[in-house]
Ligand binder design. Structure first.
Ligand code: ZN
Length: 274
């Protein structure tokens, strides 16, 4: 078992977790709540622009854990694939500007495209933007998504897939993200976490509600569901991961509540269940 978390020094919250808040509100409210780190979703950079966002993040004193998200590489046309590469290059520049050490990749899938073809295009896409990532000092982290998203969001659907791709690319700027929501069900998970080892760049937590009322926006607060979050944390830490524990909850239900109270619930759940 992992040692209990007794303080918030590794707690990171994704801006999308408190979706009703602007970047400025996220930063000031996280800081007031004693949350030391943030993962920034790209939409939160848009309203005030990159430069102002970067300044805001720097002034906040919060640690930027990562930028979410790049990826979506596969497309039916060459134009589409090039468009995706450009978007990923923009994401790399954004990550660099805000001081994010890594970008989480939601790799993409196209309904009707064989998953093997999508995976081939994903690996090619990552390889194509790797020189820019390396030059910017930004790592690219392949996040496996639950198989229910293999139609349109990601053809990388298990940590095995993510590890295979990272091993194939074999670059110190490519790693994997372990998100408990996507991988908790996998009987190979412990072995694949061990195999990922130092390639684990980030660790995302939330919970799996029963029943799940919406495929996308019904993630639970830690403790609301059936995921053995602390057990999975013990595996990633045994594999050498010491980074932030990132709370990433898409939830129409939680977004409808008072976000200050929600952040306090996140802190309590973090200590009790992570
Ligand atoms: Zn995630």
């Amino acid at each position: 078992m992992a040692k209990l978390l007794t303080d918030f020094s590794r707690l990171c919250i994704h801006t999308i977790t408190t979706k009703p808040w602007s970047l400025e509100e996220c930063l000031s409210n996280y800081r007031k709540a004693g949350v030391p780190a943030v993962t920034v979703w790209r939409q939160w950079l848009e309203p005030q622009g990159l430069e102002a966002s970067a300044r805001m993040l720097q002034d906040s004193g919060l640690r930027v854990t990562s930028l979410c998200r790049g990826g979506f590489f596969p497309a039916v046309s060459e134009d589409g694939r090039n468009h995706a590469l450009d978007d990923n290059r923009r994401a790399i520049a954004e990550a660099h500007a805000i001081g994010a050490p890594l970008i989480v990749l939601v790799c993409g899938a196209v309904p009707g495209m064989p998953l093997s073809e999508a995976r081939k295009q994903i690996a090619e896409g990552i390889a194509a933007v790797l020189p820019e990532a390396r030059a910017a000092g930004v790592k690219l982290s392949i996040e496996a998504l639950h198989p229910m998203f293999s139609d349109a969001r990601s053809a990388v659907n298990s940590l095995t897939d993510a590890n295979d791709m990272a091993a194939e690319l074999d670059d110190d700027h490519v790693g994997v993200t372990v998100d408990v929501y996507h991988v908790w069900w996998d009987s190979r998970l412990e072995a694949e976490i061990r195999r990922a080892g130092r390639r684990i760049l980030s660790f995302h937590v939330c919970d799996w509600r029963t029943p799940t009322r919406d495929l996308l926006n019904d993630r639970g607060l830690m403790g609301e569901g059936c995921i053995d979050i602390r057990g999975i944390r013990s595996w990633v830490e045994k594999a050498g991961f010491t980074g932030d524990i990132e709370v990433e909850i898409f939830s129409d239900a939680w977004w409808a509540t008072d976000q200050h109270a929600f952040v306090e619930k996140i802190k309590a759940a973090y200590l009790a269940h992570c």
